[in-house]
Design a protein around this ligand. Structure first.
Ligand code: 3PG
Length: 308
């Protein structure tokens, strides 16, 4: 089988080598399309691929239509909002992610972002410490749990809101379960977002929730830009000169935010939460193994769409 690795933002070389070895051992051929700059390149490369490994690369209806032989897509990472699931499902194409494989890298970045904002973006002047501050974690999944553990090591008090995780499990891990988002936003100095971009979450974080935040609070976004209502973010930052926003996924209006709010906002130049050798290797190799196993045994563990 031909396995295409299509990564506009390439994996570390060690991850690519590992993917090749796993695919080869399974009797498959690996084709690389890295740093591509046009849809046409992807459409051409996918035409004879039986399997596809991507990162945040957009697998649209057009890509699915061009991929006549495609049987499986693995998103090497957690969020699969970049994959046209319905288009894949309609063609019987299995879609998987590799949950947990890059979580530690994202969690470390979330903590680093909190330190960065607490220390005035590393400019001279008196900053503040994380120790003794309250952190609210929105979604207690693989990344959220790791952020909680690391924040506790910094001496932070941690609260989390996640309707899908039992409160007892949070308590066992030293985390206070929030009764609702309002309680968490109104009591925490930092809020760290770990929700996926879904129809329910898109645009769900905006003026109302942020206006509840205590003086000097900071919103940390290592999740998706789409969960933010950008117009409302701009308005609350204007109305509340004490609030801060740091993100790993620049807002569409980021240039405007930077100009208006200076060091109260920061966006990484390109999403870098999972940009560590370890995360690339973990997620890339897991993706390759999942594909080899699927072709070998039909195993559909980690499938996120329903093809029968
Ligand atoms: C994920 O969903 O796993 C992260 O957002 C990482 O995305 P990336 O592979 O594009 O860096």
């Amino acid at each position: 089988m031909k396995i295409l690795v299509a990564t506009e933002k390439p994996f570390a070389a060690a991850a690519v080598n590992g993917i090749r070895e796993i695919c080869q051992a399974g009797g498959h051929e690996t084709v690389l399309l890295e740093k591509y700059s046009s849809r046409e390149q992807l459409l051409e490369a996918v035409a004879d691929a039986d399997a596809l490994i991507v990162r945040s690369d957009k697998v649209t209806q057009e890509v699915v239509d061009a991929a006549k032989r495609l049987r499986i897509v693995v998103r090497a990472g957690a969020g699969y909002d970049n994959i046209a699931l319905d288009a894949c499902t309609a063609r019987g194409i299995v879609v998987m992610n590799t949950p947990g494989q890059n979580s530690n890298a994202v969690a470390e970045l979330a903590l680093a972002m909190m330190v960065y904002m607490s220390r005035n973006c590393f400019t001279p002047g008196t900053g503040s410490e994380l120790s003794g501050k309250r952190l609210g974690i929105q979604a207690y999944g693989n990344v959220g749990r790791l952020v909680a553990r690391k924040a506790m090591a910094f001496g932070m008090e941690v609260m989390a809101f996640d309707p899908f995780v039992p409160a007892d499990r949070m308590r066992e891990e030293g985390v206070t379960p929030a009764e609702n988002l309002e309680q968490m936003y109104s009591t925490c100095n930092f809020i760290s977002l770990h929700i996926p971009a879904t129809p329910e979450t898109r645009g769900s974080i905006g003026y109302r929730l942020m206006s509840l935040m205590p003086a000097g609070a900071c919103l940390v976004n290592t999740a998706r830009k789409e969960v933010i209502n950008e117009a409302e973010l701009e308005k609350i930052l204007a109305d509340r000169p004490d609030l801060k926003y740091i993100t790993d996924i620049a807002a569409d209006c980021q240039a405007e935010l930077n100009e208006k709010f200076g060091k109260r906002v920061f966006a990484t130049p390109k999403k870098m939460g999972a940009e560590t050798a370890e995360a690339n290797i973990n997620a890339g190799l897991a993706a390759a193994r999942q594909i080899v196993e699927y072709f070998g045994t039909g195993c559909t563990r980690f499938q996120v769409n329903a093809t029968e």
